[in-house]
Design a protein. Structure first.
Length: 574
């Protein structure tokens, strides 16, 4: 459907206000790429989606900038504004519009996504229940991304505070500690004036006032270890450390005299004093710090081994903060890409008969992985994860006292709940060679019984060799954790499906073909393994109690009888 049929377009109520005419207030003032300002009045009150109109603010993929806005807001004429209409969730449109490539619609002397093109955008409209589920999934991603960003940012902030605390503690010495001026412990290197215009681009960083280079050129004015203190402006007093060819411009470089200080110790000692250094700036226009004032700054000078130990501790903190600083945007970017992948997967529709599915669902395994990731499990047919066949026919004469292992349907009752490693039935080598066999890891399930409760009891065959299987059983060969499937086949959920499939009067049967339609809730292999570990622990506990309690009772009974006889046996008086 065209977008204008999916929502209410409110563009005719937008109103721009020039910056000079705005009265500052509490209400967000929206433009093409989000909140531009806060003003004293509003023109919309409710829940809206805003889509950037300006061609200059679309993403690298050609998608528009889309914002979700709630409450009282003002919107200028650089953002389209829409509200919900019955039949299509506004939050669904919010996610969908972020997938649309609008670059073909951007045109005009001042490139824009015009109202006509905006209203004509084609929107796939699945049923409301599907929209709600898509919104739930994608909102979870955006929430988790925001939560993760907040956690990582808080972690980075905490580590920086911890680092600053230990840096200050390690660099705070008693009054008896030797102190020397910066000019005594380091030679000064004054930066050279340079402009970007007229220089050739290269790989040499130009150090102007911060840790990040201002730009790169093809020549250096210093090589080796140096501590740079920015000279002017807001960054005056900022301290950075370099150990590579650089070009120092608006700043002072200090080369440590290593008979007094190591270069890294000098860096940390000065880094601690940044607020003090910044406060030294003087002058009208662009305030700056002078080299003479910096040269008088006092540095505490412990022994060189102590300096090295201090540096070692602080570098560890530096590594932690740096890895978090690098990891934070990388993690956020990864989560955003993950969100975009699933958003596109869920919102790219193609009608197939009376159902709606994504155009990537030809790969069923990819769909299963998607459902497992998003919902924790995927409902699958047993036939999708296994091959189901019936065992072979054996006559009574085929069973022998010793021979090759065989599972007969009656033994399912014996092995129900036990992962069989041996059997009590054997067939001859000849019969075994031509029999249908279950391999280690297969599920072996009884498909006939005298009652519904006992039909479909099963075991995961975990023996070390193949086992012959009789015709009253089904062999389920699969690619999952066999114990997980075996545990699921004991649940009431499976029992409910089994009762619908069972037929017969004297002999109740569930055919192997019928089993193909059984629906299994399938988590990832990792989660299957975790669940099996938990259930195995409970099984072991129950088995040990079942076996242990009779033995304990018997031991106590014998102990009682022993002391009873002792206490009641008297020596006859002479």
């Amino acid at each position: 459907m065209p977008l204008e049929q999916c929502c209410t377009v409110l563009d005719n109520k937008r109103k721009p206000i020039t910056k000079s005419a705005r009265e500052q207030g509490e209400y967000p003032y929206y433009g093409a790429n989000g909140v531009q300002d806060y003003v004293a009045d509003y023109i919309f009150d409710g829940t809206f989606v805003l889509v950037g109109e300006d061609g200059s603010v679309i993403t690298a993929n050609g998608n528009p900038i889309v914002n979700w806005a709630e409450g009282k807001i003002w919107v200028n004429n650089h953002a389209h504004i829409i509200a919900e209409k019955e039949g299509v969730l506004l939050r669904f449109l919010f996610h969908f519009l972020q997938t649309v490539n609008v670059s073909p619609f951007i045109h005009g002397n001042i490139p824009k996504l015009t109202g006509g093109d905006f209203r004509a955008i084609q929107v796939p409209v699945p049923p409301l229940e599907v929209q709600r589920e898509i919104v739930r999934v994608l909102d979870n991603f955006t929430f988790l991304t925001a939560e993760l960003t907040a956690e990582l940012t808080a972690e980075l902030t905490a580590r920086k505070k911890q680092y600053e605390y230990y840096r200050n503690e390690l660099l705070t010495f008693g009054s008896d500690m030797k102190k020397m001026s910066l000019s005594e412990v380091a030679g000064v290197f004054r930066g050279e004036y340079i402009t970007q215009k007229g220089t050739r681009v290269g790989d040499i960083p130009v150090i102007l006032g911060g840790q990040e280079p201002a730009y790169y050129i093809d020549k250096a004015n210093h090589e080796g270890e140096i501590v740079v203190i920015a000279r002017s402006g807001a960054s005056a007093g900022f301290v950075s450390y370099w150990n590579q060819p650089i070009f120092v411009t608006d700043g002072f470089g200090y080369e440590a005299r290593e008979e007094f200080v190591t270069p890294k110790y000098l860096y940390y000692a000065l880094k601690r004093k940044e607020p003090e250094l910044n406060a030294m700036k003087r002058g009208a226009g662009v305030p700056h710090v002078s080299g003479e004032m910096l040269g008088q700054v006092q540095i505490s000078i412990p022994s060189i081994p102590v300096q090295k130990r201090i540096v070692s501790v602080l570098e560890n903190f530096d590594d932690i903060c740096s890895s978090l600083k690098i990891g934070l945007p990388a993690e956020i970017d990864a989560r955003q890409k993950q969100y975009e992948y699933y958003r596109d997967l869920l919102l790219t529709f193609a009608e197939v008969g009376s159902t709606i599915s994504t155009d990537r669902q030809t790969d069923r395994q990819a769909e299963i992985r998607l459902l497992q990731y998003v919902f924790g499990y995927a409902p699958v047919l047993l036939s999708e994860i296994s091959e189901i066949s019936r065992g072979g026919n054996f006559q009574k004469k085929d069973f022998v006292e010793e021979g090759r292992p065989c599972i007969h349907y009656g033994q399912m009752y014996t092995y129900y709940g036990v992962y069989a490693e041996k059997t009590l039935t054997f067939v001859s080598k000849e019969e075994y060679a031509k029999s249908r066999q279950a391999s280690p890891g297969d599920i072996v399930m009884a498909v006939t019984s005298e009652n519904v409760e006992d039909v479909c009891k099963c075991t995961a065959w975990l023996g070390s060799e193949n086992v012959a299987v009789s015709g009253h059983t089904a062999i389920i060969r699969h690619n999952q954790n066999p114990k997980y499937l075996s545990y699921y086949f004991r649940t009431e959920a499976f029992a409910a499906q089994k009762r619908k499939l069972a037929h017969g009067t004297k002999v109740i049967e569930v055919t192997p073909d019928g089993l193909k339609g059984v629906v299994i809730p399938l988590p990832s292999m990792e989660e299957q393994n975790r669940l099996v570990r938990i259930l195995d622990s409970y099984d072991s506990l129950c088995n040990s109690l079942t076996q242990g309690l009779p033995a304990e009772i018997e031991a106590r009974q014998k102990q009682y009888e022993y002391y009873r006889d002792k206490l009641l046996t008297f020596k006859e008086k002479q």
